[in-house]
Ligand binder design. Structure first.
Ligand code: ADP
Ligand code: MG
Length: 387
């Protein structure tokens, strides 16, 4: 994926950059309760300012579906943003005269029906706000919207600092990775990650399947998975994926031992069993210790790891053990400089935080949908437009 960076835009003295950012922050009592996404905006605004430019920010908030919904205004985000940026931040509706502040936030792009339709007329209004366009919202890059796609064709365009760093990390993980590459795909269901599995078997050397989705693969191979979460109707699909993996020389790793319980709750009475010994009334809720030890050796043989989806029902102790064990092994190998580690997905980010390895991984993506579409091998329209 070729894309330009802010430094490719040249001198920005006296110029204005229209910057698409992610301001979709959680709010509590009218105040920003987690400013992670606001912090991600700072390197881009600073880089533009260092080149002499001013930033006008475009962003969506919630899902107002093309209508003005006052509760979804971006105005309450402005004070928190100003404090994170350490700059004066003004606010304006699209079409209003812009205030003199160093940075201006434009009202919710999704208040306009043209935004989600990628409407050229709306994109033209966005483009008229400045001289260059910068996209720093990777989390919205899988959508072809007026503020992420159409506008990029109307001005000299580049990726912002946060999005650029994210794209570079992803490129190192699946674009041109150091091999062998191992992927961990876990989580609840095969059906939600079919496209991910299909894409990965063709790209990685080792595929570790964990979580509830491993049950479907075990069932397809003839094991009795008892009362486990299992998509029996996907038996043929699972077998086809295994066949494709074999053709592509991708080694698939499924659990050889599992942790079972009769109740789906924290601290439920549990046992470690071989995969062929699960009883009718038992549920597989995690991979077992022998599996974790085997998989840790697989990680140690690899140079690159891509991870989406937990290895078990990690929200409930002790069924977090395989996820935590494997995550810590990956974190340690990363610290030792032996493994490049990239992970993403809503529950995966929570699981890795729970394992205490958030700062050890090379890159953790917080862009849910965009990260998954990238794992599916899809081209992201918001990135393509920056090429
Ligand atoms: P992500 O959000 O990272 O893409 P998913 O949403 O696909 O991940 O999967 C996460 C969910 O899968 C978690 O809620 C976890 O409890 C569940 N899960 C993992 N293993 C099992 C299992 N063996 N049985 C039931 N649920 C599981
Ligand atoms: Mg999830």
């Amino acid at each position: 994926m070729a894309f330009k960076r802010i430094s490719d835009l040249g001198d920005l003295t006296g110029k204005t950059a229209v910057v698409r950012v992610d301001l979709n922050v959680p709010m509590a009592d009218g105040k920003v309760s987690d400013d992670t996404r606001l912090q991600a905006v700072k390197p881009t605004v600073d880089a533009i300012a260092a080149l002499g430019g001013r930033s006008i920010l475009l962003a969506h908030f919630g899902r107002p579906k093309g209508e003005v919904v006052p509760e979804m205004s971006l105005k309450p985000v402005v004070p928190a943003l100003a404090s994170v940026l350490g700059r004066s931040v003004g606010f304006a509706e699209l079409g209003d005269e812009l205030p003199d502040d160093e940075v201006v936030v434009i009202e919710n792009t999704r208040f306009f029906p043209g935004e989600e339709k990628n409407d050229p007329a709306l994109a033209k209004k966005f483009a008229a706000l400045g001289d260059v366009y910068v996209n720093d919202a990777f989390s919205a890059a899988h959508r072809a919207h007026a503020s992420t796609e159409a506008v990029a064709h109307l001005l000299p365009s580049a990726a912002g600092e946060t999005m650029g760093a994210e794209l570079e990390a992803l490129e190192k993980a699946l674009g041109e990775p150091k091999r062998p590459v191992v992927a961990v795909v876990g989580g609840a269901k095969v059906s939600s990650k079919l496209a991910v599995l299909e894409n990965l078997v063709a790209k990685v050397n080792h595929l570790i399947i964990g979580g509830g989705m491993a049950n479907t693969f075990l069932y397809a191979q003839g094991y009795d998975v008892g009362a486990s979460l299992c998509e029996k109707d996907l038996k043929d699909t699972a077998l086809r994926i295994l066949e494709n993996a074999q053709k592509a020389d991708c080694a698939v790793h499924l659990p050889t031992d599992v942790v079972v319980a009769k109740e789906f709750k924290a601290c439920a009475e549990n046992k470690v069993k071989a995969v062929d010994a699960v009883a009718q009334d038992e549920m597989i809720l995690d991979a077992g210790p022998a599996t974790v030890s085997t998989l840790t050796k697989v990680l140690a043989e690899c140079k690159t790891l891509v991870w989406n989806g937990p290895m078990g029902a990690f929200e409930m102790e002790p069924f977090d053990a395989a996820t935590v064990g494997l995550a810590q092994a990956a974190g340690k190998l990363t610290d030792e400089g032996k493994l490049l580690t990239v992970a993403g997905g809503g529950d995966t980010v929570a699981a890795l935080a729970h394992a205490g390895v958030k700062d050890n991984f090379t890159h953790i993506s917080t862009a849910g949908g965009a990260f998954l579409e990238w794992m599916e091998g899809k081209e992201l329209p918001g990135v393509v437009a920056l090429g």
